[in-house]
Design a protein around this ligand. Structure first.
Ligand code: DX5
Ligand code: ZN
Length: 229
């Protein structure tokens, strides 16, 4: 368990007709990152948003934009997202021919770099690239849609990944964030954080509570409170 906890609302569940207002609202409600889900109807069976939308929301918030690429191939989009104001770019190793090159490229463009592991993807993918990672994202649902149920075997994988990160930190002093994405709610936050996550994506949990009633702030605070239990 770590002392830092970052909450990253996924705008996949936001109202796309008023995205500027939505990202301002989550920042005002205490979000630490904007989680930005990019889907291509090829790597995943859904189609969402690209660099143009990233560029459009960038001036609306100060907090980092955490771009989760569910696309194949990956590399051509990296310069485009970097120019559009992305701060963190993560991708799925199965979707890149040359994972090490893609990670290096993300950092060369001035962003933090990370890989995303699907529920059935082994943590073996991390072993030769730890020094190039700023973030590891574990999917706790199969990627493609918001509002799915948290897959419980992710907890064990979080513990294993936390051990790798801590050992790497002890040996090198290099920090790597551990993010979890999919089905995160107040009722599973305590076990997720106890298993070692320091960054939690929450889409439907945050955006299902109408903000004019203070809903986003209430949910984000309830996620933080639940993590302490
Ligand atoms: C799924 C996306 C997630 C999704 C999470 O492929 O990567 O970021 O928006 O949504 P919830 O929190 O509703 O599971
Ligand atoms: Zn995501």
């Amino acid at each position: 368990m770590t002392s830092t906890l970052r909450i990253a609302p996924s705008i996949l569940s936001a109202d796309f007709a008023k995205l500027g207002q939505e990202v301002r609202a989550i920042e005002a409600a205490g979000a630490d990152l904007v989680h930005f889900d990019v889907m291509d109807n090829h790597y995943v069976p859904n189609l969402t948003i690209g660099p143009l939308v990233c560029e459009a929301i960038r001036p609306h918030v100060q907090i980092p934009i955490d771009v989760h690429l569910m696309v194949e191939p990956v590399d051509a989009l990296i310069p485009m997202f970097a120019k559009a104001g992305a701060n963190i770019i993560t991708f799925h190793p199965e979707a890149s021919r040359h994972v090490d090159r893609t990670l290096s490229m993300i950092r060369e463009y001035g962003c933090k770099a990370g890989v995303v592991l699907n529920p059935a993807t082994s943590i073996e993918h991390l072993s030769h690239v730890m020094d190039k990672l700023d973030m590891i994202l574990l999917m706790s649902v199969n990627p493609g849609f918001g509002g799915q149920k948290f897959i419980n075997s992710t907890l064990n994988k979080l513990r294993q990944t936390r051990a790798l990160i801590d050992a790497h930190y002890a040996a090198t002093g290099q920090e790597i964030w551990l993010e979890v994405d999919g089905g995160v709610k107040a009722d599973n936050m305590a076990s997720i954080v106890a298993a070692g996550a320091d960054t939690c994506v929450a889409g439907s949990a945050v955006f299902s509570s109408p903000d004019p009633d203070g809903g986003y702030r209430t949910v984000i605070q309830s996620l933080r409170d639940a993590a302490k239990k």
